[in-house]
Design a protein around this ligand. Sequence first.
Ligand code: ATP
Ligand code: MG
Ligand code: MG
Length: 385
Amino acid sequence: GGWLGLLGGGQLGRMFCHAAQSLGYKVAVLDPAAECPAGMVADLHIQAAYDDEDGLARLAQTCQAVTTEFENVPADSLRALAARCRVSPAADAVAIVQDRIAEKAFIASQGIPVAPHAAIRGEADLRAAPDSLFPGILKVARLGYDGKGQARIDSREAALAAFAEFGGVACVLEALMPLDYEISVVIARGFDGASVVFPVARNVHRDGILAVSTAAPVKLDAAHAERQAQATAAAQAIAQGLGYHGVLCVEFFVLKDGSLIVNEIAPRPHNSGHYTMDACLTSQFEQQARAMAGLPLGGTDLLAPAVMLNLLGDIWYPSATGDAQREPDWAAALAVPTAKLHLYGKREARRGRKMGHVTIVAPTLQQAQADAARVAAALGMQAPE
Ligand code: ATP
Ligand code: MG
Ligand code: MG
């Protein structure tokens, strides 16, 4: 036992609290919001800004180790904490992955391909960008998530307009890639450098937000198995190259020509790894707690095929246009016996806001997919692809 600490009070922190508490730890959460998903279930909620000196000091005094549940925590706060207690991940690793320009340069430096791109620090960079980056996606270098701070652009003129709209902050311009599908790998690495990797998840995004993740035993399809092995090796190289401690997720694109590139890195458990809570022996959140506490990491085997459906605030609105809300029919979803419901305790259901998820775990992938379709229908959601 003892205390583990968390910067950030969102749903990832909430699920971390549950996992750490199951291992016998108490959890202190630092978050400025009076009511937040993790704060509600933590043993201590320090209500303070992420860079508040007193709040950080109190967190460090209380806890033997501190982690973060979102990538946009000020790296300086992690540095300040590291002077007083064990911190994972380290400020230097977080500083790289929270800036898309540094992140892409780091990945490429490991010999792992990324999308063709250019760093955009001013209009001149956009004027000088090669024609091959159009059509493309302009992404703010910092603070974007769930597709926010991104614009798909067809031309240089459109990119200049989008850049101005983002207020002229540093951006990355990426070529729009011909995606076949998307996958991700969650890896946990302990302070002793030993790492364990979870099975590859296959992900479907809608409007830039993760909608569905599927994990299944490697298919008897040689090309697919090879992609998985490549992705796993790349995630291990990235974690090692960053000198990373804790849980990390790498998002990949599999292109139409079969090649694999890295999209981005998240220095924390990831939405595409939520299936591990119900379908793996050890969840990604338990691994995070184990890594912080210096405990051995747990087994990551997939116990059965799983499909995870994200529950966005949209399903609280029966009409696509109106603003009348109603609670989704949870009983109808849970009438599917393979479905496990996880809600994050957020009071306000906004469209596009992650409110919870459902994981369907079944003996075969075919059944998991069929049951996922039943759950989606019960909740008034689009059928999973
Ligand atoms: P997250 O919530 O995962 O942090 P984010 O806001 O950082 O999201 P990205 O992961 O960069 O956004 O992009 C979101 C989605 O947009 C990707 O998963 C992919 O579907 C699509 N996308 C992003 N970049 C490209 C690209 N260069 N070419 C084609 N599609 C892309
Ligand atoms: Mg991101
Ligand atoms: Mg992403």
